[in-house]
Design a protein around this ligand. Structure first.
Ligand code: PBG
Length: 325
């Protein structure tokens, strides 16, 4: 070791040019690593900009096919789809109606670009009139009814053509219930991407406007306390045991410790979700001239990969597709 000290060792040698830096770069992000979340609204004619997420808009259902074709031309390979429903009820039943928005948007996306990997966010908060992620009784979301309904929704999503279902309701037993329902319907090959370590995070603020969710109250009785790391690992490892094919940490940047620790404890592919609030912080800081947006995007996505994520859900995915990493 002693002969490796200065002046023999000079770490600056390998930083002297972009060519050298490229040779020793340990992390990269490619389009195979990125999933673009999109919002699809029924009953509107023109795209609706989301003010809290500059550059993001709700796509009219009737323009979805052309939009998905354009995304594919830009190089996007995978989408996480959210519906903005005009047919809400206490259970969110439109989400498991085979003629409902969720089924229609999945069908349209797959019809437009069959090779696009379509992931269906499997939850109810965009489809319930109270905004919670399952039916509510006496002020509380009813776990076992919610997971039963998640099973119905997952089957409808897969039968509409979804390549992956992604349960995000944070109900106990949701992965097992969905696996059971899919298998019983003959869909043994349909993978589950579990939002497994999902925090009750204030970083979802802008998403609520984007998805038209009218939540009163909060999700603290089902989403996790952001200050707990061991519990986050338990959540993900339980989902793995229940049959998840992918795990997910959400949000991403404030939870890289969870990503890194989970990487040590699971052999499953790990996704991390750079959520609406992470996106908005970068966009508004860049608009104010405080941050260089392309450099910050590269640095944050790179950091998420470096921490151990295989996949990143990001509203910046299209920018990376167009401009490169
Ligand atoms: C649905 C869901 C949410 C997000 C993804 N799926 C909202 C929530 O849990 O409150 C948030 C995504 C984002 O903020 O970008 N349950």
């Amino acid at each position: 070791m002693s002969s490796n000290l200065f002046p023999i060792t000079r770490l600056r040698r390998l930083r002297a040019s972009e060519g050298l830096r490229g040779l020793v770069r340990e992390t990269s992000v490619t389009l195979n690593d990125l999933i673009l979340p999109i919002f699809v609204e029924e009953g509107i004619d023109a795209p609706l900009p989301v003010e809290s997420m500059p550059g993001v808009e709700r796509i009219p259902e009737r323009a979805l096919e052309g939009h998905v074709e354009a995304l594919a031309r830009d190089g996007i390979k995978a989408l996480m789809m959210f519906g903005v429903s005009h047919h809400k009820d206490p259970a969110g039943s439109d989400s498991w109606n085979p003629g409902g928005l969720l089924a229609r948007m999945v069908k349209k996306a797959k019809r437009a670009v069959p090779e696009m990997v379509v992931i269906s966010d499997t939850c109810f908060c965009e489809y319930t009139d109270h905004g919670h992620c399952g039916p509510v009784e006496a002020g509380e979301v009813v776990n076992d009814a919610a997971i039963e309904n998640l099973g119905h929704q997952a089957v409808v999503a897969v039968e509409a053509g979804a390549d992956i279902v992604a349960p995000s309701a944070m109900m106990d037993g949701q992965v097992a219930a969905i696996r059971r329902a899919l298998d019983a319907a003959g869909h043994t090959a349909a993978p589950i991407m579990a939002y497994s370590s999902k925090m009750a995070s204030a970083f979802y603020g802008p998403f609520r406007a984007a998805s038209g969710c009218d939540l009163q109250g909060d999700r603290k009785t089902y989403q996790m306390d952001p200050l707990n790391a061991r519990e986050a690992l338990r959540e993900s490892l339980l989902d793995e045991a229940e049959g998840a094919d992918f795990l997910m940490v959400k949000p991403a940047l404030p939870y890289l410790d969870i990503v890194a620790r989970l990487r040590q404890q699971s052999l499953l592919p790990i996704a991390a979700y750079q959520v609406s609030g992470e996106y908005a912080m970068i966009k508004f800081a860049a608009a104010a001239g405080a941050l260089d947006e392309p450099r910050i995007v590269r640095e944050t996505l790179g950091a998420i990969k470096r921490a151990g994520a295989d996949l990143i859900l990001s509203y910046f995915a299209r920018d990376i597709a167009r401009q490169g990493f």
